[in-house]
Design a protein around this ligand. Structure first.
Ligand code: UDP
Length: 341
């Protein structure tokens, strides 16, 4: 257990050479790697760099405790050995972003299902503890005020592309829990709600980096739909703290756990907040969903986690304010624009 320990005695994390992080060059993955290295761990990253970027790990370029394998999980021939020697595995490799998912459904499903299948098979054979990152998207279009882990899920029909993502991640969850039951795999499923912070790209659809970029460039902030839909944004460092603590909590194994903030904000108000913090004169424009994504696109009007289970297991609740993520993104984008001249 590291210096900022999790609650509870004992741990399923075992002696081993390294912690394996799939998707470790991605937005959340790279913040997790920062944290693991800061904890003194050796880390092996497997990432095919399809949406992740080596730049995200640039701060560790000369770090001897970090090894990066730029390949797909399923193509990694040393995966069984990496799993055998792992103290713990964080499986974050996945297709991300609503826009990418709508545009490339086959890639989304294949990445999410086949890569996870390969990872779980290796982890099961090695009996390596796994924390699998899932998503709040699996709750689908449930209209509940809070989503709790044991709720029924309400996923839309297959002719609407968005739901391919939810189904593929749900398949991952079933597969992981299946390995737990059938093969005794110690596995935790963390359902991540909207996560924000530095290094997040707007390229695949995420709202906050897009708004910040537009505000800094004096471009319109495009608010999809009515803008009255709400989301709860969790700072990525809080997400990482939650994942680290969960992984060290024996009672979390075999469970699904929501990870997210409970502060709810309307997307229209988010746009206004970004404009204010970026001192921007950008206009806000409303864009119909059909134009933003595809005809018939269905959006969730609310998406708020119940985090009782996370708090009970780890004693932790997210606390970094949304404003901090906006400020950090603003600074990062400002520095990048300056570097480009
Ligand atoms: N959204 C928006 N403008 C954008 C991108 C997204 O208004 O440029 C909206 C989107 O329709 C959704 C919310 O912001 O209601 C959050 O979108 P994101 O893709 O970040 O996450 P998710 O839909 O997965 O919660």
């Amino acid at each position: 257990m590291g210096r900022r320990g999790a609650r509870g005695r004992g741990t399923l994390v075992r002696p081993g050479r390294h912690i394996l992080v799939t998707g470790g060059a991605g937005f959340i993955g790279s913040h997790l790697v920062d944290r693991l290295l800061a904890e003194g761990q050796r880390v092996v990253v497997v990432d095919d760099l399809s949406t992740g970027r080596l730049e995200n790990l640039a701060a560790h370029r000369r770090e001897p405790r970090l090894e990066v394998k730029s390949q797909r999980v399923s193509a990694c021939r040393t995966l069984p050995k990496l799993a055998r020697e792992a103290r713990l595995i964080f499986h974050l490799a996945a297709a991300v972003g609503v826009e990418l998912v709508v545009r490339e459904p086959v890639r989304t499903m294949e990445t999410n299902v086949l890569e996870t299948e390969a990872l779980l098979r290796a982890a099961s054979a090695a009996r390596a503890p796994v924390l699998l990152a899932s998503t709040s998207e699996v709750y689908g279009k449930s209209r509940k005020a809070y989503f709790a882990e044991e709720d029924d899920l309400c996923i839309g029909p297959p002719h609407l592309g968005r739901w391919a993502y939810a189904c593929s991640k749900l398949m991952d969850e079933f597969l992981a829990l299946g390995h737990a039951r059938q093969h005794g795999l110690p596995v935790i499923i963390a359902r991540l709600f909207n996560t924000v912070g530095p290094r997040q790209t707007g390229r695949y659809g995420m709202v906050l980096p897009r708004f910040v970029q537009a505000a800094l460039e004096g471009q319109p902030l495009q608010v999809y739909g009515s803008g009255r839909q709400t989301r709860c944004f969790c700072h990525v460092r809080d997400t990482v703290e939650a994942l680290w603590r969960l992984a060290h909590c024996p009672a979390a194994y075999g469970q699904v756990v929501n990870v997210g903030s409970t502060r709810e904000i309307r997307i229209l108000d988010l746009a206004r907040l970004v404009k204010k913090l970026c001192h921007s004169e950008s206009p806000l424009v409303r864009v119909p969903y059909a134009q933003a994504y595809a005809p018939g696109f269905e959006d969730m009007q609310r998406r708020r986690p119940q985090i009782r289970r996370l708090v009970r297991l780890t004693g932790f609740r997210p606390r970094i304010p949304l404003e901090r993520a906006i400020e950090e993104l603003k600074e990062e984008r400002g520095a990048a624009r300056q570097a480009r001249g």
